[in-house]
Design a binder for this molecule. Structure first.
Ligand SMILES: [Zn+2]
Length: 271
C-alpha cells in the first residue's frame, strides 16, 4: 500500500513534468474508483495549467485556477508520467493529457483510490478538514503527542497511527519509530513522559525522512513517479523481522497483533 513516503516520492517525481503545462484533455476509461471520477473534470481541466502540486497526508493536490484535483492512491494506485503514445495497461483508468506529449496516468488494479475535484473558493475539502499535522512539518513535535495523549488509555502504536493526531504514520513506520525511541508499542499512550515523546517525535521524523530519501518502502506495488522502485525496505530494523535478532541487544524480536496490525518489537529494548 502506498504510504506517505511513496506519495511524497510520487509528488516529487511527477511535478516537473506537469507544472505549468497546458492540459489538453482527460481520458477516463474506468470511472468506478472508490468514489466515481467526477464528470465535471472533463469541463474543468482542459485548457488549465497546474500551478502547484502539493501533498496533504496521503492526498496529492494538483492546483489550477479553477480548483484542486485531489488524488489518493488507495491500496494499489500509482501515478506516473508516460509518453502519450504508450498504450495504456489493463488497469490504467485515467489519463491527463498535456501539451508536451506526456500523460499523467492513474493506474489502480484494486480501484480503492480516488480522484476528486474541489472547485476554487469552496474551502478545504471535507476529507482534509479533520486531519492532524504533517509529521515532517513545523506543527508536529513531542509536545503535541504528550498533550493529546493525556488521560487516554489507547496503546501508543494505534495512537500515533491515528490521522487525527498526526498524519502519515503507517504500520511499518510506527513499528520502526517505536523501536528507535525504545517505547513498547502496547504501552498506554497517557503514561508516557514528555521527554520520551520528544524522542518518539524525532524518531518518526527520522524514519519518514529516510524513507522519502530512499523513494518509499514498497518494492512490489509501487513505482516512483518515473518508474523507479523504492529501496527503503532493506533498511528496516524490526518490521518484517519477527523472530530475528534484535539489532541492538541480539535478543529475539517478537511479533504480535496490535489493533489488528502486525507489530514487531524487542521486549528487552522497548518498555
Ligand atoms: Zn533488543
Amino acid at each position: 500500500m502506498p504510504e506517505l513516503p511513496e506519495v511524497e516520492t510520487t509528488r516529487r517525481g511527477v511535478s516537473p513534468h506537469v507544472l505549468q503545462r497546458k492540459i489538453l484533455r482527460i481520458v477516463v476509461r474506468e470511472p468506478r474508483l472508490r468514489w466515481p471520477v467526477p464528470e465535471s473534470l472533463g469541463e474543468a481541466l482542459p485548457g488549465q495549467r497546474f500551478t502547484s502540486v502539493g501533498r496533504r497526508a496521503k492526498y496529492l493536490l494538483f492546483e489550477c485556477s479553477r480548483g484542486v484535483l485531489l488524488a489518493h492512491l488507495g491500496m494499489s494506485g500509482s501515478l506516473r508520467i508516460a509518453p502519450a503514445e504508450e498504450p495504456p495497461g489493463k488497469h490504467a483508468h485515467v489519463d491527463l493529457v498535456f501539451d508536451n506529449g506526456k500523460v499523467l496516468r492513474y493506474t489502480d488494479p484494486r480501484r480503492f483510490g480516488s480522484l476528486l475535484w474541489q472547485p476554487a473558493g469552496a474551502g478545504e475539502h471535507p476529507l482534509l478538514r479533520d486531519l492532524g499535522p504533517e509529521p515532517l512539518g513545523g506543527n508536529f513535535d513531542g509536545e503535541l503527542l504528550y498533550r493529546k495523549s493525556r488521560g487516554r488509555r489507547t496503546a501508543v502504536k494505534p495512537f500515533i497511527m491515528d490521522s487525527r493526531i498526526v498524519v502519515g504514520v503507517g504500520n511499518i513506520y510506527a513499528c520502526e519509530a517505536l523501536f528507535l525511541a525504545g517505547i513498547h508499542p502496547a504501552r498506554a499512550c497517557g503514561r508516557i513522559s514528555a521527554p520520551r515523546y520528544r524522542r518518539l517525535a524525532g524518531a518518526i521524523r527520522a524514519v519518514l525522512g529516510k524513507a522519502i530519501g530512499a523513494g518509499g518502502t514498497t518494492l512490489r506495488d509501487f513505482s516512483g513517479g518515473e518508474g523507479r522502485p523504492g529501496y527503503f525496505r532493506q533498511q528496516l530494523h524490526v518490521y518484517g523481522r519477527g523472530g530475528e535478532e534484535c539489532p541492538h541487544c541480539r535478543g529475539s524480536l517478537r511479533e504480535r497483533r496490535l489493533g489488528q496490525r502486525a507489530t514487531v518489537f524487542c521486549p528487552a529494548c522497548q518498555r
